[in-house]
Write a protein that binds this ligand. Structure first.
Ligand code: NAD
Length: 484
């Protein structure tokens, strides 16, 4: 049976306290994860500090950049190992893992390594009170040991999205991957050793949140800053932990994203786009669309077209050719999503399609499957319109004006992403300016340029990562003033 070990100071560490890692497609046990206790978390933080005070801390930027390129190259060389590990852990379709998760996992190291090479800092000459001169310039230093707490939906991609810039800026990291998806973070330890990243620069501790590795890490006084992606409620707990020592946080949290489809949109493009944004990764994407607002003249036609697309998504295991949708991550999450499916019916929804569990043959019947589901007819106060479900489902409602669509899209505590579908350029820009979100896609979804700011407004996050914006969190900006 596979053993998922912690990675501390360049060595794989067993703890003997294990829990099962299960495959979402059929619930079989894939391996044993070794849970880190307070002692292992402490050892990982100490190893990270020692690396900062040692070779890594003294390494010239050019060498750091070279090593991070080597990390990306080694991920690409072992592409299939990462692909198999990610597919086993998440059950996601091969096409998605091979086109998005793993390539982005590698790219995250190159993009940020190149960025630190090229970003200048400011300088100001000044006249001093005695008529002399002084020169001010800014320096960026690493913040220190960064605690990185990750979710399970895009395990390698979202983890390296933080580890890439953190290391590029000269920090060291202790990563706490999701308890559901330990595999690729562990594998990355092998990559770090293979390319010669000094021991202690990248550490991994496995376990859960409260009373386990997540809480021990975020409460550890040796962690200088915490970057977290996950649920808003977990963010609140981590923020409380970070308050001890007034440590900075960067949060990418939940969403309840709206898609706005105007009657003048390219109809087929809009249907294809909302199909992806509602159902891709079995709806387990923070940027996904769970609320769709469609201008009344095309409402009925849009609902029928999306229904046809949802029903054409074939559920199946990752390697099955033609598979359109994988399972949810866990039995617990499946029960949560099905609970929302029941709630929608109780609240009086019209179930356009789905609402249950698809029939799967043989061992797959044990997997965490749910049907892609579409509702109409609910009031905006309904739970499935207010709360993040994180499943392959959406509610579709009609609207009559641009103002109404914007008001509906903004009527949520969250503010992560919106998609707008229209051929009217002026309207596209007007709506983009007024929706209260961190990212607004026009006639597209999940089109990512890694140089752009990424993050959420309102309860969807704190801070922005991506491109030079990552420098704000991962470096300490200092002023040096030289009296000449
Ligand atoms: P989660 O909050 O349950 O768990 C995320 C991580 O936090 C896990 O590693 C978990 O073990 C850890 N954790 C839980 N409680 C903790 C605590 N008290 N202290 C320290 N660590 C703790 O999230 P999830 O279910 O893994 O992921 C789904 C959520 O992530 C959704 O809400 C989704 O919207 C969000 N998400 C957001 C983004 C974004 O960029 N905004 C991206 C992906 C996912």
């Amino acid at each position: 049976m596979k053993q998922f070990l912690n990675f501390i100071g360049g060595e794989f560490v067993a703890t003997g306290r294990t829990f099962d890692n299960r495959a979402p497609v059929d619930d079989r046990v894939l391996g044993q994860v070794h849970e880190a206790g307070a002692a292992e978390v402490d050892a990982a933080v100490r190893a990270a500090r020692a690396a900062l005070d040692g070779e890594w801390g003294r390494m010239p930027v050019a060498r750091r950049v070279e090593l991070l390129h080597a990390v990306a190259d080694e991920i690409n060389r072992r592409f299939d190992d990462f692909l198999q590990a990610e597919m086993a852990d998440t059950g996601k379709p091969h096409a998605l893992a091979s086109h998005v998760d793993i390539p982005r996992g590698a790219a995250n190291f190159k993009v940020f390594a190149d960025m630190v090479k090229n970003v200048p800092t400011e300088s100001f000459e000044m006249t001093t009170p005695d008529g002399g001169q002084a020169l001010n310039y800014a320096l960026r230093s690493p913040v220190g040991v960064i605690g990185v707490v990750c979710p399970w939906n895009l395990p390698l991609l979202l983890m390296t999205w933080k580890v890439g810039p953190a290391l590029a800026c000269g920090n060291t990291v202790v990563v706490k991957p999701s308890e559901e998806t330990p595999a690729t973070a562990t594998l990355l330890g092998e990559v770090m050793n293979a390319v010669g990243i000094p021991p202690g620069v990248y550490n991994v501790v496995h376990g859960f949140g409260p009373g386990s590795a997540g809480e021990y890490l975020t409460r550890h006084a040796g962690v200088n800053a915490i970057t977290f992606t996950g649920e808003t409620r977990t963010g609140e707990a981590i923020m409380a932990a970070a308050a001890q020592g007034v440590r900075p946080v960067s949060f990418e949290l939940g969403g309840k994203n709206a898609g706005i489809v105007f009657a003048d949109a390219d109809f087929e493009q809009a249907v294809a786009g909302i199909t992806r944004s509602a159902f891709e990764n079995c709806g387990q994407v923070c940027l996904g669309t769970e609320r769709v607002y469609v201008e009344r003249p095309i409402f009925e036609r849009f609902v029928s077209a999306l229904k046809a697309k949802a029903e054409a998504l074939k559920p199946g295991p990752s390697e099955d050719p033609g598979v359109g949708i994988g399972p949810l991550i866990s039995r617990e999450h499946q029960q949560k999503v099905l609970g929302y499916y029941d709630k929608a019916v109780k609240d009086g929804a019209t179930v356009v399609t789905g609402g249950g569990v698809p029939k799967m043959a043989g061992a797959l019947a044990e997997g965490h499957w749910v049907q892609p589901t579409i509702w109409t007819g609910l009031p905006e106060s309904a739970a499935v319109i207010r709360e993040e479900i994180f499943g392959p489902c959406c509610h579709i409602a009609p609207f009559d004006s641009e103002d109404e669509a914007i008001a509906l899209a903004n009527a949520t505590d969250y503010g992560l992403a919106t998609t707008v579908w229209t051929r009217d350029l002026g309207r596209a820009h007007r709506v983009a300016r007024r929706v209260e979100v961190g990212i607004c896609w026009i006639n597209s979804w999940f089109l990512r340029d890694l140089r752009t700011p990424f993050g959420g407004a309102k309860a969807s996050g704190i801070g922005r990562e991506g491109g030079v914006h990552s420098l704000e969190f991962y470096t300490e900006l200092r002023n040096v003033c030289v009296k000449l």
